[in-house]
Design a protein around this ligand. Structure first.
Ligand code: C2E
Ligand code: MG
Ligand code: MG
Ligand code: MG
Length: 287
């Protein structure tokens, strides 16, 4: 800990620091309670095939249905869950729920690939891959129908448990994707020699279009060198969509095509896109 300005070298908390720490403690207590009471739910955001706008995938995104605060986004609790050791349980819930949901969609006639976000803490757990195997078996989903989204730094972690988990996951056919690509401090040489199924170009690139189109194209070509499928995320406007569709990408994702929504709404969207011709889909999506 840093040395405080106190005379004896003690570190005195300022009142703001104390307030923040108390708030964090209260949130941690609330999170444990929420876990016990089952207040977490999973929403799904569609991933569309760029070529014809057909929904081919869903990204599972956790939310906290708080009795007083309403729907709380993951940015407000994931980091703390990691810190207090709750991420394993939360991750198991999300994975189990997402695969169960995928099974339901399959029963209804929709083959939707499922993407689930994974934290470093989860991948460091020596039992992680085995738990994934159990969740797959319980839901009747095959390995290749599941995709785990990892960030660049996580992908490059080569500690023994992470390597062992990755090997097992690959053996099961589970797909691995790099999330938020282009925002980390990637060791491109290493990334290049590792095999990855999918790369998600971070939405900061889309936000800066068309000003940064040369950079975005360069990042996409670099991703292509890794022989991965390319997803561009964070498309919010038709103008951005038009730009992105000039690039060489396989899938697109963003608020323009669909926000993360509860499963009942998601399947309604699948039904609409199934019965709607492509031209009309374009009109619905692009206005
Ligand atoms: P992510 O994996 O990069 O997910 C994309 C985030 O961008 C989601 O925010 C999504 O709602 C949002 N997004 C999608 N399209 C657009 C768009 O067009 N514009 C804008 N502005 N945003 C868009 P969300 O749901 O708040 O999740 C934030 C992050 O929390 C995720 O980033 C992911 O890193 C993490 N997360 C979410 N669910 C889980 C989970 O179950 N486990 C773990 N470990 N992390 C999760
Ligand atoms: Mg993600
Ligand atoms: Mg992302
Ligand atoms: Mg992220």
């Amino acid at each position: 800990a840093a040395k405080g300005s106190g005379r004896n070298g003690f570190c005195f908390f300022s009142s703001e620091m104390r307030a923040a720490s108390e708030e964090k403690h209260a949130l941690a207590t609330d999170l444990k309670r929420a876990m016990a009471q089952g207040e977490f739910e999973v929403h799904y955001q569609p991933r569309l095939r760029a070529r014809d706008l057909v929904p081919v995938g869903a990204e599972a995104l956790v939310r906290w249905r708080h009795p007083a605060r309403g729907l709380v986004p993951p940015g407000q609790f994931i980091a703390l869950c990691e810190e207090i050791g709750l991420i394993g349980e939360l991750g198991r819930f999300v994975l189990g729920e997402a695969l169960r949901q995928q099974g339901e969609w399959r029963e209804a006639g929709y083959r939707i690939s499922m993407s689930v976000n994974i934290s470093l803490r989860e991948l460091c757990d020596p039992d992680f891959a085995q738990e994934v195997a159990v969740a797959l078996a319980a839901s009747g989903c095959r390995g290749p129908e599941l995709e785990l989204e990892l960030t660049e730094t996580l992908f490059l972690d080569d500690s023994a448990p992470v390597r062992a988990n990755m090997e097992l996951l690959r053996a099961m056919g589970v797909r691995i994707s790099i999330d938020d690509f282009g925002t980390g401090y990637s060791n491109f040489a290493r990334l290049h020699e590792m095999s990855v199924d999918c790369i998600k170009i971070d939405r900061s690139f889309v936000r800066a279009l068309p000003k940064n189109r040369a950079l975005t194209e360069a990042v996409i070509s670099m991703a292509r060198l890794m022989k991965a499928r390319i997803v561009v995320e964070g498309i919010e406007t038709e103008e951005q969509a038009a730009w992105v569709r000039r690039f060489d990408c396989d899938e697109i994702q963003g608020f323009l095509f669909g926000r993360p929504i509860p499963p009942a709404e998601f399947i309604a969207g699948l039904q609409i896109s199934k019965t709607t011709p492509e031209e009309e889909l374009r009109r619905i999506i692009f206005g």
